[in-house]
Design a protein around this ligand. Sequence first.
Ligand code: NAD
Length: 472
Amino acid sequence: MKKYPLIIGGQEVLTEETHYVYDKYTGEVFAEISAAGREEVDRAVDRAVEAFETNPLDAASRYTILMKAADLMEERADEIAAIMTAEAGKPTQDARNEILWSTDLVRESAELARQLHGECFGFWGDAWMDTRTCYTRREPVGPVAAIAPFNYPLNLVIHKVAPAIAAGNPVILKPAEVTSVTGLAVCRIFMDAGLPDGYISCLTGSGSVIGPLLTENQKIAFYSFTGSVSVGKSIKAAIGLRRCAMELGSNSATIVCRDYDPAAAAAACADAAFTNAGQVCIHLQRLYVDRAVYDEFLEKLIREAEAITVGDPRDPGTRIGPMIAEKEAARVENWVREAVEQGAVIQCGGKRSGALFRPTVLTGTTPDMKVMKDEVFGPLVCVVPFDTIDEAFTMVNDSRYGLNSGILTNDIATGMEASRRLKTGSVIIGGTCGFRIGNMPYGGVKESGFGKEGPRYAIEEMTDLKAVVILN
Ligand code: NAD
């Protein structure tokens, strides 16, 4: 078991108070991590402010550092994948995919660092205005607090850290407690890539201690948060007029139309419902299927679900590893039990062994059940038939969330209708709600949050647009 210091402004610091990080499959202690308190939080923020004010990062340096960081991430892929498999319970292939997506994001951010530009325009109105000019500049906002969840411990950290650096901002990273070592590995990569001291900190430890210390510190300019709605609301309530981006939860839905091949639909839906043990913000939780293909589709979905190997994430044959904690798997089990008591039917799965939860398909669910209205964040999908597409659109929109939605159809008119009618941050036509590519603008509406990720959009969020007016 290794002992890890936290990182303040590029310097390693061991604290007296420590936490354990466990291997999510074996349950053994995997790492001992330092735990930040007020002193460490304040020092990290002060170092960030000092670096930002005394040592601004020019665009060429931002590009070079980010490109080097992507190379280092590739070089360290084996080590990082092993960390994610241990502390997040991720099957090795999933961990490797996450590294690939993340290196792409870092390189995309590097390119964008060299393209930060505004626009130039004239004024209209009185004749004298025609000869005057206005142009815009994008300027870094200042220290960014990046608060990340456990489920994609590398990718979701990179979605914050790389654009923040591309924009010229120092970053104070707060990774999830249970996946701290991945956060520390990211931090070390940027330090080794030449990011100047002060520009990166990684504050490991308890979210309920570090979070409020970060939000009360007035020197932080921007909060980039991905996590649960309840924590998102507490951050938003604490930061007053300072800016933030909130990437929160969902109970995402997909519509299966009668014109779509049921076998292909079942395979795509199984992937969206069960990947990463359903611990995905755009996990497919509510599945609305045209009654004309319902029976055939359901049978194929059950077959897909039953064929999934659940177990040791280090075994190359495993597709789904453990959930992040046994108590989370027990919570999903309770929600299933409650749904069954209220009339739902388990078509497959519903079984738990420790933190392992079998892919589960439920039918007979109603909108008021927890498995439908709350975020399940586990490998469970509710399948509901519909008679008209209008009815399907209404059911998808009947949610306090709105992150992604998907519609499996080959009919472009139906797809385009869905794009206008569905109240979600993204609408995926010809795919499920589980689709995301790193460079697309990504973020929710309603209780799924606001602000967009994807490097181009995150950079916009993390910069101020200044207008410069030339009147002479
Ligand atoms: P969480 O809200 O429990 O924790 C997220 C982060 O917030 C962690 O780093 C945690 O330590 C920190 N934190 C805890 N208390 C805090 C406080 N009082 N102040 C500030 N920070 C605090 O979420 P989680 O369990 O790690 O992740 C699961 C949630 O994340 C799900 O709801 C999921 O939908 C959401 N998520 C959303 C997206 C998206 O892009 N919309 C992506 C992934 C996950």
